[in-house]
Design a protein around this ligand. Structure first.
Ligand SMILES: [Zn+2]
Length: 118
C-alpha cells in the first residue's frame, strides 16, 4: 500500500489508477508497435510509444521512438497531450473504409458458428 501523489489516498501497488481520484499511479506507460510485415526496410524495427504522466507540462508528454534491430533508438520525438490527441484522431478518422471492416454482427455469428475470421 502506498499513498496517491495526487490526493494522498491509500492505493494498492498493483493499481494503475487511484481508486479515489483516478490519477495515474505510474510515471510512464510503454507500448511497442511492430512494423508492417511486407514493407522492406522496416524489418527488425519497432515503434516505441511512451506516455509520461506527471502533475505539470512538460512532464506530461508522449514520446515516440524508432528502435532498430540492435536495440538502439534511431530517432525520437515528443508530443504534448494536445498534439498526441490530434495524431490519435488522424489515425482513427482516416482509417480503412467502413465497408472493408467486418461487421460486428457477422463476426459474432461467425464466432457462434465456430468459424474463425480469416
Ligand atoms: Zn488519488
Amino acid at each position: 500500500m502506498r499513498d496517491c501523489p495526487e490526493c494522498g489516498g491509500p492505493v494498492e501497488a498493483r493499481f494503475h489508477y487511484c481508486p479515489w481520484c483516478s490519477a495515474p499511479q505510474r510515471r510512464k506507460l510503454v507500448e511497442f508497435f511492430r512494423p508492417h510485415e511486407e514493407l522492406e526496410g522496416d524489418q527488425g524495427k519497432a515503434l516505441r510509444v511512451s506516455r509520461y504522466f506527471g502533475s505539470s507540462e512538460p512532464e506530461r508528454h508522449i514520446r515516440f521512438s524508432v528502435w532498430n534491430e540492435t536495440g538502439s533508438a534511431e530517432a525520437a520525438v515528443s508530443l504534448d497531450e494536445e498534439e498526441a490527441q490530434r495524431l490519435a484522431r488522424f489515425i482513427l478518422v482516416h482509417g480503412p473504409p467502413k465497408a472493408s471492416r467486418p461487421r460486428l454482427l457477422e463476426t459474432v455469428r461467425g464466432l457462434a458458428a465456430g468459424r474463425r475470421r480469416g
